[in-house]
Structures are given as C-alpha cells and as structure tokens.
Write a protein that binds this ligand. Structure first.
Ligand code: UDP
Ligand code: MG
Length: 151
C-alpha cells in the first residue's frame, strides 16, 4: 500500500555551486510532491557527522564530511505518496555511473564523491534527518493541487 510520507532531500555543495538547485526542486514539484520545508545552510562538521553517523568508520567518511562542509547545502522536506522510496528512485544510484538517465544523478553527475543530492533511505531515517535539519519544526499549509494529484 502506498502511504503519504515525508522525505529529507538535500542539494549537496556541488549541486549548489553548479546551479542545479532549481532543476532538482522542479523535479520534485513537477512530480506532485508538496514542499514542506526549505533552507540554505552552511553545515558544521559536527552536524554533518550526525547526519552521516551510520557511515562513521568507512574509508570515505573524512572526505565525505569535508565535501559536505565545503559550501552551503539546500535542505528540503518533500511530502507525498511513497516519498522516501520515490525520492530515492528519482535520485538514482549512489554511484552516478550506475544511475539511469532520467534520474538526478544519472543526468547531472559522474563521481560517487560528487553526486550532488541526498535523499533519505527509509522512513525512520527520514524522520531522524528531518528533526536534525529542521529542529525549529515545519510549516503547515494546504496544497491547492492536492485534488488533482491524488484520487
Ligand atoms: N560515498 C562516497 N564513496 C563511496 C560511497 C559513498 O564518497 O564509496 C558518499 C556519496 O556522496 C554518498 C554518501 O557518501 O552519497 C553517502 O553514502 P550512502 O551509502 O548513504 O549513499 P546514498 O544514500 O547517498 O546514495
Ligand atoms: Mg544514504
């Protein structure tokens, strides 16, 4: 059964520098997802280590944290049917070379360490990531297109 979910999507520093913020937002908007939260943030190393806590100990971890702290990121929350799984499909594979054309990484990236966008991998990690990046809470509003996107 499809469920309404929220996912945490983040344009990484390379995506911001390469001017891909609008293109990435447009894909989620056009698919019918509802924008719940959005901000530009220069994340600290400590904050990024919490975000990627599960990967601590991996050989690429120090480089990943340095990359993610190298400039501002765009933090977003998107809501809709199967938002977590669908967001991952829209992103493509972790390694852009293995990502199909038509996916964000498959269209805009080549290197695993510069793959321009993050998306939560499960509903519970989405909840954790949303709390970590938006401790101030989220805005509530109704989306005028809802009745045209859902049965
Ligand atoms: N990463 C990397 N080298 C690797 C695997 C991952 O640099 O061999 C980076 C890459 O930017 C990836 C991030 O670490 O997006 C987080 O890894 P994860 O396995 O969670 O991939 P994701 O969930 O982002 O697809
Ligand atoms: Mg991940």
């Amino acid at each position: 059964m499809s469920k309404t979910e929220r996912t945490y999507i983040m344009v990484k520093p390379d995506g911001v520098q390469r001017g891909l913020v609008g293109a990435i937002i447009a894909r989620f908007e056009q698919r019918g997802f509802k924008l719940i939260a959005l901000k530009l943030v220069q994340a600290t190393t400590e904050h990024l280590e919490l975000h990627y806590a599960d990967l601590k100990g991996k050989p690429f971890f120090p480089g990943l944290i340095k990359y993610m702290a190298s400039g501002p990121v765009v933090a977003m929350v998107w809501e809709g049917l199967d938002a977590v799984k669908t967001g991952r499909v829209m992103l493509g594979a972790t390694n852009p070379l293995a990502s199909a054309p038509g996916t964000i990484r498959g269209d805009y990236a080549l290197a695993v360490g510069r793959n321009i966008c993050h998306g939560s991998d499960a509903v519970d990690s989405a909840e954790k990531e949303i709390k970590l990046w938006f401790p101030e809470g989220l805005t509530q509003y109704s989306h005028s297109q809802e009745n045209w996107i859902f049965e």
